[in-house]
Write a protein of this length. Structure first.
Lengths: 401, 266
């Protein structure tokens, strides 16, 4: 059997998950992308160019910060925060887009497309496209356009066109459908920057690799700052790119517990949630086999989460394999816990997390008690909460008008 | 190895013997409702259709343009499942034992009903076309070892030559050549590119090659039939079905199919 760190195999499978389940028109483009990436990823000039962008444009490395008052609050393990919220554009998403835009450039593509849920990936894509002067189209569910209006305007300011998608449930999955259709139609000149560790091979691998800078930095920082690797790493999981990025460099460290946190929405038992790893079955959506929220007829069911970025019925195939192998554990927290946690962290630490990220914080209520005061937990603060102010106000029953 | 001829093989053989091009017509099961679908299937055959392609609705049909997407949505609002579609096929077979039926859809819905799918040839389905599996995988890859169900694959303008031969080796029934870069119902038909690609595919397989995606007018159909063994009409039919569905008066659609049928036999 392959080691977890050696996956995916050449066909794009992580165990039984992943693969390339796409319309025939896309097969050649995926092969081309796979070949380009295989060649470039070990090319010193390409690596140097990305590293330079990550330092000078993104602002890496992101700090590892000791959350003293949060630690006191739980009076258990030491809680550390990996501050991806301090990156340029406000989330981990930029790590992936600075890498993929260089792949697009190397492949001579003139037109960039992307899907977005919370809008963070849309902003991160529009940002790198603007920097290279490339035409950029962002697909976003109509429902998300409404609840993330601030990010929609940011994307437009960056010169990209936002396409609101009305079909289906008008959220992230439908934005992905529409981006795929655009790609099928403009296959020759268009590069599709997928924003999570989802989609057909080689995307789950590429997006993971570009985000793995987070975990690599953490290996170094944890030794420097608390003289060991973390006892546990906690990250929210929608598609799962921030989690995969911080987990991957630790897959081989069996002492480091990996905990993914899904969106339980109105509660796992309510059926209104976005937690396929907790309450889904393996299926195939958007090019890959993975855990999926579906009914007995194989139809994808509606999801619910307060967080647009986690409101997705599928999950990256590598997470499905980590779940089955037992290497990572996946829990879920509901909307109410998330909102409480958002307020708690904001008041105790002066850090306003994105609602996606607040899921990882909310997990502390469930798991902090399992650890001793000499143990170290790291939370991946995947993004900042500025974009969510309107949603939080609405949930709190406050009008900002 | 020799296999008994399936209904699809027999139809293809009889068309070949009569030097006729095949007319394949697509519709989405359950749009506007299953009774209408049954009526339309018989009506299509009466209007000159040789092979029926029955769309299995899916929540996320990524290869479809807006017209067929909307039809999938309407069919799902009626809760049309693959189980319902199998019943539909049984009913259709009560009056028509001759016209081949291809189930076209997305892998997740087929996987959910894999047991019934394996048996579906016994009550009248003849082939499966799964839009979102790589062409070189055949039904065996999803657990169907059954020579009674043909495995139809798509080949696109972007398919590389090395993959074309692999796809041909793993296909049965016919090869479905996608005439454009785009989703169903787009309008980027490129006849000369289609001709050279179809000629290449011919050098790799003895299976007949049908062309589809983006055929709207009798002229389109006529042009493509000259370079292929048959044409597939989809989006334009689905659009007409939707326009006529409130009064359930489908004669216009049959007239349109008659015109197409005549155009490809010229």
């Amino acid at each position: 059997m392959n080691k977890l760190t050696d996956l995916p195999n050449s066909d794009g499978f992580f165990g039984e998950y992943g693969g390339k389940f796409v319309p025939e028109t896309l097969m050649h483009a995926l092969k081309e992308l796979d070949e380009t990436y295989s060649t470039l990823k070990s090319n010193p000039k390409f690596i140097e160019e990305i590293d330079q962008d990550l330092v000078q444009f993104v602002g890496r490395p992101s700090p590892l910060y000791f959350a003293k008052r949060l630690t006191d609050h739980y009076s258990g393990p030491k809680i550390w925060l990996k501050r991806e919220d301090l990156n340029h554009t406000g989330a981990h998403k930029i790590n992936n887009t600075v890498g993929q835009i260089l792949l697009a450039k190397a492949m001579g593509k003139k037109r960039i497309i992307a899907e977005t849920g919370a809008g963070q990936h849309g902003v991160a894509t529009a940002t790198v496209a603007a920097r290279l002067g490339l035409e950029c189209h962002i697909y976003m569910g109509a429902k998300d356009v409404e609840r993330q209006s601030l990010n929609v305007y940011r994307i437009k300011l960056l010169g990209a066109e936002v396409h609101a998608v009305d079909s289906g449930t008008a959220t992230l999955k439908d934005a992905l459908n529409e981006a795929m259709r655009d790609w099928v139609t403009h296959i020759e000149d268009t590069y599709y920057i997928i924003g999570s560790v989802t989609g057909p091979h080689p995307y789950p691998m590429i997006v993971r690799d570009f985000n793995a800078i987070v975990g690599r930095e953490l290996r170094k920082q944890s030794i420097e700052q608390f003289s060991q690797y973390p006892d546990a790493i906690i990250a929210c999981v929608g598609g799962g790119s921030n989690a995969m990025g911080i987990f991957y460099p630790f897959l081989g460290e069996s002492n480091v517990e990996l905990i993914g946190v899904e969106a339980a929405g109105s509660g796992l038992k309510s059926g209104k949630h976005a937690a396929p790893l907790n309450d889904g079955e393996p299926g195939i959506l958007h090019g890959a086999k993975s855990y999926l929220m579906q009914d007995e007829n194989g139809q994808v069911i509606d999801t619910h989460s307060v967080s647009a970025g986690l409101d997705y019925p599928g999950v990256g195939p590598e997470h499905s394999n980590l779940k089955d192998s037992g290497r990572a554990n996946y829990i879920a927290v509901d909307d109410k816990e998330v909102l409480d946690s958002f307020h708690l962290v904001t008041k105790l630490e002066g850090i306003m997390p994105a609602l996606e990220t607040a899921h990882a914080f909310a997990a502390l209520d469930h798991i902090a008690k399992n650890y001793q005061s000499n143990q170290h937990l790291v939370i991946n603060v995947s993004g900042r909460g500025d974009k969510d102010i309107n949603t939080v106000a609405t949930m709190d029953g406050i009008s900002l008008d | 190895m020799e296999y008994p001829l399936t209904r699809l093989d027999e139809k293809i053989l009889s068309l070949k013997n009569a030097s006729k091009k095949a007319l394949v017509a697509y519709l989405v099961a359950g749009d506007p409702d299953l009774d209408s679908t049954l009526e339309l299937m018989h009506g299509f055959v009466g209007a000159g259709v040789d092979i029926l392609e029955v769309g299995v609705p899916f929540t996320d049909p990524i290869a479809e343009g807006p017209i067929i997407q909307a039809a999938h949505d309407r069919a799902l609002k009626n809760n049309t499942s693959l189980t319902d579609i199998f019943k539909l096929i049984k009913k259709f077979r009560e009056k028509d034992s001759d016209t081949p039926i291809i189930l076209m859809g997305y892998i997740n819905t087929f996987l959910a009903s894999i047991k019934a799918l394996k048996e579906s040839h016994t009550f009248g389905s003849d082939a499966v076309l799964i839009v979102d599996i790589p062409g070189e995988s055949d039904l065996k890859n999803i657990g169907i070892k059954n020579t009674n169900l043909a495995s139809i694959s798509l080949i696109a303008p972007t398919t590389s030559k090395d993959r074309i031969s692999k796809i041909c080796n793993n296909s049965s029934g016919f090869i479905y050549y996608v005439t454009l870069r785009g989703v169903t119902g787009s309008s980027h038909l490129n006849i000369s590119e289609a001709e050279s690609n179809i000629n290449y595919i011919r050098s790799q397989t003895s299976l007949p090659i049908f062309a589809g995606f983006g055929i709207k007018t009798p002229d389109d159909a006529s042009n493509l039939s000259k370079i292929s063994d048959g044409v597939v009409i989809g989006s334009s039919l689905v659009e007409m079905i939707h326009n006529q569905s409130s009064q359930k008066e489908f004669k216009k659609i049959y007239n349109y199919l008659n015109e197409i049928s005549e155009a490809i036999s010229l």
